[in-house]
Design a protein around this ligand. Structure first.
Ligand SMILES: [Zn+2]
Ligand SMILES: [Zn+2]
Length: 74
């Protein structure tokens, strides 16, 4: 559950107002997921409390453990 790490200081990010915040850097990040197979940006789906990711290019769901997560400065 601690895979939300600040890309600049490696501290764990805080979830705040729909974004991820690093108190250490005073920066806010947006989490983006990319397809491990075609590198397209994935669409996040919220189903039964568990998040899953859908690739519109592959036209299939991608396992959360395989997707590539990137944090961009908001
Ligand atoms: Zn930081
Ligand atoms: Zn894909």
């Amino acid at each position: 559950m601690s895979q939300n790490i600040c890309p600049s200081c490696s501290q764990e990010l805080e979830w705040q107002d729909g974004k991820y915040r690093c108190g250490q850097c005073s920066l806010t990040f947006i989490k983006t997921a990319f397809c491990p197979d075609c590198d397209a940006e994935l669409e996040k789906l919220q189903a039964c409390g568990a998040a899953s990711y859908f690739c519109n290019t592959c036209n299939e769901l991608k396992s959360k453990s395989r997707v590539r997560i990137q944090f961009d400065k908001a």
